[in-house]
Structures are given as structure tokens and as C-alpha cells.
Design a protein around this ligand. Structure first.
Ligand SMILES: *[C@@H]1O[C@H](CO)[C@@H](O)[C@H](O)[C@H]1NC(C)=O
Length: 326
């Protein structure tokens, strides 16, 4: 037996000729010691595995976090589903978030209802049709009339009084709920970091927005941690020259000011000011995103798809299958 092991383990195996001695005890001892060390290491690793993982230092329980209410107006168009899928999947990365999706429609559409149901998000589905007088006329440029005003105000109504939900969570936040409200259009690009910047807003928080107002970015100018002005090229004398995507409002503040809402008749560029002037003095804005030095949201615009070939095929009765949702 020893001789067989000897052949296997001896660094210089000795011939097992008749009468030839073979001293392989030292290599056997070394092999046994190696095995012992490995056994020791394995039992150390097993003990490590059994030990509970160290408690993470930072993220608190989701229940302890203020809720972020994200208000998104949306309207039917070719790119609607693509925009909403992209946004819903961004929002899925954010804990403790409640999506208020408000359709510009008489009632809920199957496309939006289906998308919300599949999103896995906590949501409330609302719908209100923009009155005809406020609707953009054929051929009118987009900036003539502010878009999404009725829809954002409908979401504010729901937060204050509830009622009218056509899907998802029906009851408004109970009194005393800690939260923050953010108006997130469906075509912008949002970093998940932005939501953690706004979560602990006390009054109104602000940050820069990229690719807006004909500039690389627009945003508050901050000195010693206070907002002292705004970097903007266009109508700098507006009371709040901020983009819709550039601020968030604490829920308790919105509830304490029941008359604060968006004014559909506000002049161009003054829609944000029409809400904010009810809520806060510009000097009390809370700068976020490293004193407004980081851009975490971009005012991206999706190009309108050209449907020339589609129309051509439709004329020949060979258009893309209308039963396939796009
Ligand atoms: C913002 O500026 C203030 C005052 O200069 C400073 O105390 C604070 O640390 C800054 N905050 C961040 C996140 O950079």
C-alpha cells in the first residue's frame, strides 16, 4: 500500500524493483499538511458564509423614505409607447415611487392601461381631455400653447382630494404622508440619481436641466449654498426661469396651498412660474445636485417618425398589421 502511494506521491518516484527501498515519508507528510491547510481554509469560508452579512450603512428601509410622486402628462402619438416604456423602466429603478400618469384623452386607452399594468410600478391612472380652445391647432408651432396643463392640474387635484382615477391606486395619500411631487414629461431623459436628490425636499428644490433653452444647460446659480439667480438666455426676468423638469415640490407644501396650480393662460415660458409663485420665494429654493453643478436630467426630444412608406402601403391595402401595438 505504502509503495503504491509512494509511486503516486514521491517527487522522484522510486522503482519498485524487488528489494529496493523507497523512503517517501517526507513527501507524504507534506501532502497531508497541505490537505490539512485546505480543510482549515474551507471551514473558515463556510463559517464566513453562515455569518449574517454586515448591515448596509446607507439605504434605510423603503418604508422610511418619503414617497416620490411623479406626474406625467401623455398624449397619443406614434412614439407614445416607446417614450412610456423608456420612462417606466427608468422609474422602476427608484424605490418608494408612485407614478401619476395622466392621459390627454376622454378616458383610459388600452395602450396606456396595458403598459401601466405590465410596468410593476405603483401607479394611479388619470385621464382628462384638453379643452378644444386650448388645443394646439393644425400647423401651429408647439410653443404657442403650453401642453399638459389640464393633465398636471388633474394630478394635483387627485393628490389633494382624490377621485377620478381610472386605474391603479384610487385613494390619495393619507394626511401627513411625507412625499415630494415631480413633473416628469414622457420625452425627457432622467438619471436615477435625480430622484434621490429630490426625495428629501422641504419646500421647493431645484437643479440644472441639460439641453434646454438653446443652451447646453439651464439652471440656478448658487453661491454659499443659496440660489442667487439663474443661468438662462431667454427671458431671464421671469420670476422662476426654470424648466418643468428642473424642480420638485414637497407634498405637504402643495397640500397647504390649495390654490397653487398651473395657469393655462400664462404667457409663454411662464407656466412653471404660475405654479411656483404660489409656493416659494426664489431665494428660498433648495439647490440640489451638488449645488446645481451636476446635470441629471436632459430635455431630449424624440424625432417624429416619417411614415411615408407606411402610407404608401396602406393605399395598396398592405399597411402594417393594425392589431400589432407599437
Ligand atoms: C454647497 O455649498 C455649500 C456652501 O458653500 C457647502 O457647505 C456644501 O457642502 C455644498 N454642497 C455640496 C453637495 O457640494
Amino acid at each position: 500500500m505504502l509503495n503504491v502511494l509512494c509511486v503516486v506521491l514521491c517527487p522522484h518516484p522510486c522503482f519498485l524493483g524487488p528489494g529496493q527501498p523507497c523512503d517517501c515519508l517526507p513527501p507524504l507528510r507534506a501532502a497531508a499538511e497541505q490537505l490539512r491547510q485546505k480543510d482549515l481554509r474551507i471551514s473558515q469560508l463556510q463559517a464566513d458564509l453562515r455569518r449574517p452579512p454586515p448591515a448596509p450603512a446607507q439605504p434605510p428601509e423603503p418604508e422610511a423614505l418619503p414617497t416620490i410622486y411623479v406626474v406625467t402628462p401623455t398624449y397619443a402619438r406614434l412614439v407614445q409607447k416607446a417614450e412610456l416604456v423608456r420612462l417606466s423602466q427608468t422609474l422602476s429603478l427608484v424605490p418608494r415611487l408612485h407614478w401619476l400618469l395622466v392621459e390627454d384623452a376622454e378616458g383610459p386607452t388600452p395602450l396606456v392601461s396595458g403598459l401601466l399594468a405590465a410596468s410593476g410600478l405603483l401607479f394611479t391612472h388619470l385621464a382628462v381631455l384638453t379643452p378644444k380652445a386650448q388645443r394646439l391647432r393644425e400647423g401651429e408651432p408647439g410653443w404657442v400653447r403650453p401642453r399638459g396643463v389640464e393633465q398636471r392640474n388633474r394630478a394635483l387635484d387627485w393628490l389633494r382630494r382624490g377621485g377620478g382615477a381610472v386605474g391603479g391606486e384610487k385613494d390619495p395619500p393619507p394626511a401627513g404622508t411625507r412625499g415630494v411631487v415631480y413633473f416628469a414629461d414622457d420625452d425627457n431623459t432622467y438619471s436615477r440619481e435625480l430622484f434621490e436628490e429630490m426625495r428629501w425636499t422641504r419646500g421647493v428644490s431645484v437643479w440644472p436641466v441639460g439641453l434646454v433653452g438653446g443652451l447646453r444647460f439651464e439652471g440656478p446659480r448658487v453661491q454659499d449654498g443659496r440660489v442667487v439667480g439663474f443661468h438662462t438666455a431667454w427671458e431671464p426676468n421671469r420670476p422662476f426661469p426654470v424648466d418643468m423638469a428642473g424642480f420638485a415640490v414637497a407634498l405637504p407644501l402643495l397640500l397647504a396651498k390649495p390654490n397653487a396650480q398651473f395657469d393655462a393662460t400664462a404667457p409663454r415660458g411662464h407656466l412653471e412660474s404660475s405654479l411656483l409663485s404660489h409656493l416659494v420665494d426664489p431665494k428660498d429654493l433648495e439647490p440640489r445636485a451638488a449645488n446645481c453643478t451636476r446635470v441629471l436630467v436632459w430635455h431630449t426630444r424624440t424625432e417624429k417618425p416619417k411614415m411615408k412608406q407606411e402610407e404608401q402601403l396602406q393605399r395598396q391595402g398592405r399597411g402594417s398589421d393594425p392589431a400589432v401595438e407599437v
